[in-house]
Design a protein around this ligand. Structure first.
Ligand code: HEM
Length: 473
């Protein structure tokens, strides 16, 4: 039987149709609700008025801007992507009152110590600092998420493979973002990218769902209310109940569980690891500041006689806190926070008229933290500015808003306490273990140029440093 060959006219009209569809979709994207008008806020007083004083008018992020939406569409939102409502409230309350609550942090000392010991080993064996800092943060969050027993059963090879999967997903997201912009046509126009999304999603399901099943089986067997044990994130998710507006109560679906777990590990690791790398880079560039920090650390360690500095000692190190704050001010990992604005109240607060389809408001975190009207010599890395007591570094921004590395208002980061603790813990112990020197040669010098990724601002060239152990064997 002969094959039918399409005529040249047929091919031309199909091509024309595809181009016209793409142009039409692009116009909708630029002018439609996904982008709409964009307003930038750089004034800290306006940011405070909007996010704190009128927080109810700024409750939602625009649809489709959260990177995870690329993998999940809008079907399985995580906390970042969820619109204000019963699901967001239940998921946020669960994480804030559970695994991220400051009272849980005291129970995580062993988790931190294990990650630190592996990190010091990796650094001693010459692994690139940027790589091992990232994995150290991931392994702390993985144990908080799954529990020590599950992680030790998985073994280091599987854990590293899960870490690699997360990094692969994040690296691929920029090229997959087109599928959020063109949700329906994107699948037809970019079938290989769509297949990649499905493959990533399948790999995440295969990595996380067996762990969820294992935790479910275990929690049925072992309900000992008297045991005072840290409750992992997955344990809390298994117990999570979402009360919908109609009063019905339900558990999280598998899709939602995978999204929430992958957010915890992904968003948590990327932001914290970026902040850790920026802090160590600045200390490597400034041996004088590093020495000052080491002197504070030695005094505290001598007084307590401890091998590893942890929570209690960290609270006695004001210069350490000042160093981490200065790093977050100069190099906030999340460069801007976004809200969707649609109400008259919100428009009035910002002094604009509200367009038909609302608008996206970007609060420029980096600009606010480096505003010369608030900060003297704003581009200089100077932790001392936080030591005088005149600057209010209230990270929740409740009283005043001078910098907002964790965002502000009802959708602010729920992990301020653990993130600050982990940053201070790693910085103090890394300065205790090693002297960090800028290595000779252009390729090895520390370069503080920023690279704006899809989600976090990282160092354009990953941190290189010459590490000299302070306690050689
Ligand atoms: C230095 C580390 C971190 C920084 C700088 C950071 C920063 C931020 C920022 C700027 C936001 C947006 C806030 C807003 O829109 O007002 C955010 C939201 C969020 N962060 Fe973090 N974060 C960090 C660590 C973490 C960690 C460790 C976790 C969890 C393990 C986490 C979980 C979240 C979640 C779930 C949200 C969404 C909150 C909501 O929409 O209600 N973050 N974070």
């Amino acid at each position: 039987m002969g094959m039918l060959h399409p005529s040249p006219e047929f091919i031309t009209s199909v091509c024309f149709l595809l181009v016209a569809t793409a142009v039409f979709l692009r116009r909708r994207v630029v002018h439609g609700h996904r982008r709409g008008l964009s307003i930038h806020v750089t004034d800290r007083a306006v940011a405070h008025r909007a996010l704190l004083e009128h927080s109810t008018a700024f409750l939602n992020r625009p649809i489709g801007v959260v990177p995870s939406s690329i993998l999940t569409g809008e079907r399985y939102p995580n906390i970042h992507a969820a619109p204000y409502g019963p699901y967001w409230r239940a998921a946020r309350r669960n994480v804030v009152a559970g695994v991220l609550h400051p009272s849980s942090l005291g129970l995580l000392g062993d988790i931190r110590a294990r990650a630190l010991s592996r990190l010091v080993g990796d650094l001693n064996s010459g692994v690139l600092p940027a790589e091992c800092l990232h994995f150290a943060v991931y392994s702390v969050l993985a144990e908080m998420c799954f529990g020590e027993d599950v992680v030790s059963e998985l073994g280091e090879t599987r854990l590293r493979a899960m870490h690699k999967l997360q990094r692969d997903v994040l690296r691929a997201l920029p090229s997959l973002a087109v599928l959020v912009r063109y949700p329906r046509m994107g699948k037809l126009l970019y079938p290989s990218r769509w297949r990649q999304v499905l493959a990533f999603r399948r790999q995440q399901d295969e990595a996380f769902l067996p762990i969820v099943a294992q935790v479910k089986r275990r929690s049925h067997k072992n309900k000992d209310p008297s045991s005072f044990k840290f409750k992992t994130y997955v344990e809390s998710l298994v117990d999570l109940r979402i009360r919908e507006d109609d009063g019905a109560c339900r558990a999280a679906t598998d899709g939602e569980l995978v999204s929430l777990i992958s957010e915890f590990l992904g968003a948590g690791t990327e932001a914290t690891a970026a902040a850790l790398q920026w802090t160590m880079a600045n200390l490597t560039k400034r041996p004088d500041l590093q020495q000052k920090l080491r002197a504070e650390m030695v005094a505290v360690a001598t007084a307590c006689g401890c091998d590893v500095i942890d929570e209690v000692e960290l609270s006695r190190m004001p210069y350490l806190r000042a160093t981490v704050l200065e790093s977050l001010r100069c190099h906030p990992p999340i460069p801007f926070v976004m809200r969707h604005m649609e109400s008259e109240v919100a428009a009035k607060v910002l002094g604009v008229t509200v367009p038909d389809r609302g608008a996206t408001v970007n609060f420029l975190v980096g600009k606010i933290g480096r505003d010369a009207a608030t900060w003297s010599d704003p581009t200089e890395f100077r932790p001392e500015r936080f030591m005088s007591g005149t600057i209010d570094a209230d990270l929740t921004c409740t009283r005043d808003l001078t910098m907002m590395p964790f965002g502000a208002g009802r959708r602010a980061c729920p992990a301020i306490a653990p993130a600050m603790l982990h940053l201070q813990y790693f910085v103090a112990n890394l300065v205790r273990e090693f002297e960090w020197w800028e290595a000779d040669g252009d390729d090895n010098a520390v370069d503080l140029t920023e690279f704006r990724g899809l989600f976090v601002t990282i160092m354009k060239r990953p941190l290189h440093a010459r590490l000299v152990p302070r306690h050689p064997e």
